[in-house]
Design a protein around this ligand. Structure first.
Ligand code: TGC
Ligand code: FAD
Length: 389
């Protein structure tokens, strides 16, 4: 007798995981089912990030999960980090954003570019969720071109004085520290800026229709003074922030798989129950073809991210490969979420169902960490050798 396949994992990608990776996925999955799904629709409606979940996210080892245990982190592999992102985003992209920023954009640069003192001072408390970070690269005049950075840091005795502004910064009003990228006489450098430093202001962005269960802010620097000990000394130039983005974008290739799975699950259940023209909606060819096509695209995305993770864990992952997967998987998920919204009919327009929340969130996910066009042009450059930016 044919085995009934898991509709959300038609190729049994889970069987390609190690026992440890499966345990991570199950633990995060349980957390999402029990703690996130019951509240997240209301959080989105209210425009509220569920801060109360931070201690449990931290105690599950989800913050800085791939950083070694000597810094208070879980020391997991890249595939486990991907699965964390996938499960969190099955709940909501905002929650995955929180973990991505804390882990890949704030803890990673301290780990990769910081001194031993900086690592010991910040990483264990960040893993415990006691210190929250944000990452300031994008500026109001154009995020796709970070080389054209206006925010600057000038040396003044033993200090650095930072002036400028950053825009669209996840966790901005939650954060205790900001990892800020600024132009210096020696090129772009990174600084750890405590958010209670005089001259630092964070202003929350309101009226968002996307990532409503996430904090997004504008940051302003008016003669913000930090000591030399707060500079990340082990990198200079754009490759510093871009190196962090490669880590975060890798995780983001996994996240939208979770969002798409949540949407497909919802319409599989809905179309089985909804009777129109005397039969379940799911009995129509047009509806089955749409759902089959969703499963096809989810399966391709799962295999893409898993192979990317295996390359990452083997130390072979290239930024262009990350760009291809970020582009493919965000496009896959936003198209599926929009199609699921359509299949739900009128019921799909409220946050009683999840498709519209995921579709709206994915408008941000397909834009941040490099827009779809940026990633297409990275792949185009790889193929042709011509920089078309
Ligand atoms: P280029 O000038 O050629 O390169 C500069 C240096 O960087 C190196 N490099 C990379 N290193 C690591 N990872 C990457 N992905 C890298 N890409 C380039 C490169 O080798 C070079 O090193 P060196 O030693 O020669 O100096 O820069 P480029 O032409 O490659 O960059 C152009 C472009 C458009 C791809 C880049 O500027 C870009 O990616 N723009 C998009 C900016 C972006 O993604 N911003 C995201 C902001 S953070 C965010 O959105 C967080 S949302 C988080 C959430 O809530 O989840
Ligand atoms: P622009 O760069 O102005 O781009 C506008 C349009 O032009 C896009 O469609 C783009 O694809 C297109 N375009 C650009 N260049 C070209 C070209 N050469 N050819 C053709 N088309 C082109 N940033 C951070 O630093 N930290 C964060 O924590 C963070 N969190 C975010 C959270 C949210 C919810 C959002 C929405 C954004 C966040 N960002 C963050 C910023 C994000 O990275 C930027 O929005 C993104 O990089 C695009 O920059 P931009 O919005 O300035 O658009």
């Amino acid at each position: 007798m044919a085995v009934r396949l898991d509709p959300l994992d038609l190729y049994d990608v889970r069987s390609l995981l190690t026992d440890e990776e499966r345990m991570v996925q199950d633990a995060v999955g349980r957390f999402v089912d029990e703690k996130v799904l019951p509240i997240i629709g209301d959080c989105f409606d209210q425009g509220r990030f569920p801060k109360e979940l931070i201690p449990e996210i931290a105690s599950l080892g989800l913050l800085g999960a791939t950083i070694p245990e000597q810094y208070g982190c879980a020391g997991m592999n890249g595939v486990s980090y991907g699965l964390i992102c996938q499960e969190l985003e099955r709940g909501d992209s905002g929650l995955r954003s929180f973990a991505s920023v804390q882990s890949s954009l704030c803890m990673y640069p301290i780990y990769a570019y910081g001194t031993e003192e900086q690592k010991m001072q910040y990483l264990p408390k960040m893993a415990a969720g006691e210190i929250i970070g944000c990452f300031g690269l994008t500026e109001p005049h154009g995020g796709s071109d970070p080389a054209n950075m206006k925010t600057n840091a000038k040396k003044d005795g033993g200090d650095w004085v930072i002036n400028g502004a950053k825009m669209w910064i996840t966790n901005g009003n939650l954060a205790h520290i900001a990892i800020i990228w600024a132009q210096t006489e020696d090129g772009i450098q990174g600084f750890i800026v405590p958010t209670d430093t005089a001259g630092f202001t964070a202003q929350e962005v309101h009226k968002k229709m996307s990532l409503r269960a996430s904090v997004t802010s504008a940051l302003f620097f008016d003669n913000v003074r930090v000591p030399e000990a707060n500079r990340l000394p082990n990198v200079k130039g754009l490759k510093g922030p871009l190196g962090c983005l490669t880590q975060a974008r890798y995780g983001i290739t996994w996240g939208p798989i979770g969002a798409a799975q949540a949407c497909l699950k919802e319409v599989l259940d809905y179309t089985a129950e909804r009777v129109l023209f005397g039969r379940p909606l799911s009995a129509n060819q047009a509806v089955q073809i749409k759902m089959a096509d969703m499963a096809r695209r989810i399966t391709s995305a799962q295999l893409l991210s898993l192979q990317l993770g295996r390359l990452k864990d083997a130390g072979k992952m290239q930024p262009t490969q990350v760009s291809l997967a970020k582009w493919n998987n965000c496009r896959m998920a936003i198209d599926i979420a929009r199609e699921c919204r359509d299949i739900l009919g009128g019921a799909g327009i409220t946050t009683e169902h999840t498709a519209i929340r995921h579709a709206l969130n994915l408008e941000s996910v397909i834009t941040y960490e490099g827009t779809e066009t940026v990633h297409q042009l990275v792949v185009g450059r790889e193929l042709t050798g011509i920089n078309a930016f």
